[in-house]
Design a protein around this ligand. Sequence first.
Ligand code: SF4
Length: 333
Amino acid sequence: MLIAQENELLEKGFIDAPIDPSLDLFAEIERLKKEKNAVILAHLYQEPDIQDIADFIGDSLGLAQAAVKTDADMIVFAGVHFMAETAKILNPSRKVVIPDLKAGCSLSEGCPPPLFRKFREQHPDHIVISYINCSAGIKALTDVICTSSNAKAIVESFPKDQKIIFAPDKNLGGWINRTTGRDMLLWNGACMVHEIFSLEKITRLKVRHPEAKVIAHPECEEPILRVADFIGSTTQLLAYVKQSGYQSFIVATEAGILHQMAKQAPSKTLIPAPPDNHCACNDCPHMKRNTLEKIYLCMKYEQPEILMDEELRLAAKRPLDRMLEISAAAGLL
Ligand code: SF4
């Protein structure tokens, strides 16, 4: 790649090349998958077309596990940057590309490694448990990683009197504190999507749909979690909609999940919980930076690629391995 093209890629975050409008992008992406022995891993918050061309759809944990297992030469990660980084940490021999390098995350960006290092140094008697939604730099400063599926089990694997710093999500950490009786020290980070649900609008929806169960992701703020009938990770919310005997749900998480819920439980009624603005549902602007066009171009040019210093990769892998060990011992894998 020429230096000028590389600079443009870094500035824009994605390949900006013309695409013949008569191309069938779905067919072209399938062709590129075969030609390049590539696999597309997509997060459940991606737009429906991207979910439909993916080889594996899941939440952060499921995608990390799929990244370990794949024997494809190239992993196309339709998600946000920290997730593609996690795939590279776990599977360094594969080429990992992401449609848009600037698909970030407010949780990850709200916890810069230099500041967090100082915070950790101020509390030398604490261990660090970090939510997987963080950069490789934060993972390298962490003792054990967790996801929203296994966070409680990870925290409870330590003795009650163990002092713990939990980063970067204060809402997930607060929920674990309340449900486990812990007093973890919380980094002050939050997900920009989950912290803006409107309690007032959800309360009004509950009045209009008294039969509907409110289901919420633990990244939501405490007042929303207090009115929730079920709290769980993205995958747990999907399973609850499919398996519970209830018919109607007010869904307080990113709106992309509604596509899989509607596909996997077509007879159920799904009502997106509204945010505290003029929108009817809540989309993550980072997740939605990915498009079919960007996926096609990143497969064709095999750029932008996730590259990582080996020392950082090994330091970031240690707490991920620890998470997998604790999860396996708790029967969660
Ligand atoms: S939904 Fe929230 S936690 Fe997930 S990628 Fe977007 S900003 Fe980050």
